[in-house]
Design a protein around this ligand. Structure first.
Ligand SMILES: CN(C)CCCNS(=O)(=O)c1cccc(Nc2nc(OCC3CCCCC3)c3[nH]cnc3n2)c1
Length: 273
């Protein structure tokens, strides 16, 4: 820990304190996320080690970069040091748009969508076992200083999956839960696609596709398959892609490759180069 200086605490993640830190060697601004492993059983500890090792391998311009891990045995805490994203997260951007009654331009939405799809592709295409995000939501999408989008908290969300007791500390309504997760809590890469559909819908409508006062009512709406149309300012293509990803039957949903091959996405990927 002596190699870093804590600048400020920026919040409480789903698994612990998140602080902005400065690396003493070069003054680089970073973030560390603190995980308390004191009351974890052997299996959970194994899983945490496995997740952190996955994080270390993920190297992609649209995935929050993992830098280091520090273990504080005395307080049974592990600190995951990651890239600091100056622009904060997309839930902040959406709140601001709502407050200013200002929709995101369609061009921006496609650019953000393309980058998240590229990040997901990096994870789904991995040979030895796909990494499923399991927790795609605006608060997990970060922006760096030049409007690059970074997918955050990869892998660790499996640690916080519904099955482990850590999930109970999970606050908030699972707006982005897919139909298959509700019925038989099966999670596969098509569930990430469902969540990506909810994300795209929310970037355009500034509200999630399914809202309810409690998880039960939410489950009914999610399984109803009824989705409000996007604001008319957005194109038919955008509406079609959202509807495609929000197919109740996960087999009917696009794969990440299908999404990357969409004309609106593939032309922007070529532009990027
Ligand atoms: C939900 N949001 C609206 C909360 C406010 C968002 N603003 S903020 O937190 O102060 C803020 C302002 C500017 C830049 C950054 N950069 C940043 N934040 C991370 O996590 C945020 C944290 C996650 C857990 C819950 C609390 C917030 C990162 N994780 C990896 N790299 C990160 N870079 C954050």
């Amino acid at each position: 820990m002596e190699n870093y200086e804590i600048i400020q605490t920026i919040g409480k993640g789903s698994f612990g304190q998140v602080s902005k830190v400065r690396r003493k060697t070069d003054g680089k601004l970073l973030v560390w996320k603190e995980i308390e492993y004191g009351d974890m059983n052997e299996r959970e500890k194994q899983q945490l080690v496995a997740e952190v090792n996955i994080l270390r391998e993920l190297r992609h311009p649209n995935i929050v970069r993992y830098y280091d891990r520090l273990i504080d045995k005395i307080n049974s805490k592990i600190y995951i040091v990651m890239e600091y994203c100056e622009g904060g997260d997309m839930s902040g951007v959406i709140k601001k748009c709502k407050r200013d009654r200002d929709f995101l331009p369609e061009e921006i939405i496609w650019k953000i969508f393309m980058q998240i799809a590229l990040a997901l592709h990096e994870c789904h295409k991995r040979k030895d076992g796909k990494i499923l995000h399991r927790d795609l939501k605006p608060a997990n999408i970060f922006l760096d200083s030049n409007m690059n989008v970074k997918l955050g908290d990869f892998g660790l969300s499996r640690m916080m999956g519904q099955e482990s007791e850590f999930a109970k500390t999970h606050v908030g309504t699972p707006y982005y839960m897919s139909p298959e997760q509700i019925t038989d809590s099966r999670y596969n890469e098509k569930s990430d696609i469902w969540s990506l559909g909810c994300l795209l819908y929310e970037f355009a409508s500034l509200s999630p596709p399914f809202e309810a006062l409690n998880a039960g009512a939410l489950a009914v709406k999610i399984r109803s398959g009824k989705v409000e149309k996007l604001p008319s300012r957005y194109s038919e293509e955008l509406q079609r892609v959202v509807n495609w990803m929000l197919s109740i039957d996960s087999n009917l949903r696009p794969s990440v490759e299908d999404l990357l091959n969409l004309p609106q996405v593939s032309l922007r990927i070529r532009e990027k180069k």
